[in-house]
Design a binder for this molecule. Structure first.
Ligand code: GLY
Length: 354
């Protein structure tokens, strides 16, 4: 994989209207420049955990496959990977130690979508989401209903909790509070045990892929085990069309990883596609989504001491011309693309410097 800084792609330094309107943006000049690829050339974009997924998806696109087939086959690799603890098999469980998965797909050329949420015991929720789209009159099926639907279509139930994920959950539980009865390993000399440590904190992991195929059609998928150690039944943005992903075949495709609650409240992915429809570049549109989350937050518990939204949210977008972009709330983020030659790591634009 090549690591490419965004400035290597930049050819001019023109300030756009959106840059002038977003005064809190640090790297104005950088994000104002569109990343132009050859018009109509296929492209796939993903979150940072999608290198193998991109290789798979682009290989299929180059064979002439539809973008939806390609992006789902791509994320299936990560759903099957026990070492990615944010997605599918091996994903971190809820607060009771049970893995609950969320996924959604959108198919550009047919303008359809499907999703499942809080599904247990099925390691490829993205495949079930596709079946919801193709084999039901619904868009979203949750919980036990989603499991029954999957089994009706021949999916096998599996235990998704790996030892690695169970041990991570147990450490979280044992270090959550010194006032409950769960204790981490300790000696008889220890006075204060069970205090929460940074390394056991919860996180939001997910994979998103958006793809443009050889026929110029767009599709996307987002799949996740959601917030680790969540309240059972908690659903984030990933299976919610418009929040964790959105695709319009005439315009572009977008998706997100990070704190799903922020995207649920801001309908971020559909907003990104609508900003692209208005003529903004993918990167500008992703920055606007970051800005919308930050500007609309009124809850002090979610803000740092400078009043900034303090959680991580990342956005990824491509448009119909094969241009791409990504942005995060804070500097230091990155995303991956496959432009038909290789997987490349790109620095994300950002709203705030860390
Ligand atoms: N973005 C993943 C989640 O919040 O569940």
């Amino acid at each position: 994989m090549k690591n490419i800084k965004r400035r290597d792609f930049l050819k001019t330094t023109t300030m756009t209207g959106v840059a002038a309107a977003t005064s809190s943006i640090i790297n104005l000049n950088a994000f104002a420049i569109p990343n132009k690829l050859v018009a109509g050339k296929p492209i796939v974009i993903s979150s940072g955990n999608g290198a193998k997924a991109l290789e798979k998806a682009m290989g299929m696109i180059q064979e002439g496959k539809d973008a939806l087939d390609a992006v789902i086959a791509g994320v299936n690799i990560v759903e099957d990977d026990p070492n990615d603890m944010s997605v599918g098999y091996g994903g971190l469980p809820n607060e009771e130690g049970v893995v609950e998965l969320d996924a959604a797909v959108m198919h550009g050329s047919s303008y359809r979508g499907g999703a499942v949420a809080s599904i247990r015991n099925i390691k490829n929720p993205s495949k079930v989401a596709r079946l919801v789209m193709e084999r039901s009159d619904h868009v979203l099926i949750v919980g036990d209903g989603a499991l029954k639907f999957a089994k009706a279509h021949g999916f096998m139930e599996e235990n998704l909790l790996t030892d690695q994920a169970r041990e991570a959950w147990l450490k979280w539980k044992e270090n959550l509070s010194s006032e409950d009865d769960w204790l981490p390993p300790h000696t008889i000399e220890d006075k204060e045990i069970g205090q929460i440590y940074e390394k056991y904190l919860r996180h939001y992991g997910t994979i998103h892929l958006s793809g443009l195929d050889m026929n110029g059609n767009l599709s996307c998928v987002t799949t996740t085990s959601g917030l680790s150690y969540k309240i059972p039944g908690r659903v984030g943005d990933s299976p919610i069309i418009g929040a964790g992903l959105y695709c319009d075949n005439e315009v572009g495709s977008a998706g997100s990883t990070g704190r799903g609650e922020a995207n649920l409240l801001n309908c971020s992915s559909v907003m990104i596609v609508e900003w692209m429809r208005q003529g903004k570049s993918p990167e500008e549109s992703c920055i606007l989504a970051c800005k919308r989350i930050n500007d609309r937050c009124r809850e002090k518990r979610l803000q740092d001491d400078q009043g900034r939204f303090k959680y991580g949210v990342s956005f990824y977008a491509i448009n119909k011309r094969g241009e791409y972009g990504g942005a995060t709330l804070y500097s230091g983020g990155s995303f991956l693309i496959h432009d038909g030659t290789s997987v490349k790591k790109i620095e994300s634009a950002y709203l705030f410097k860390k």
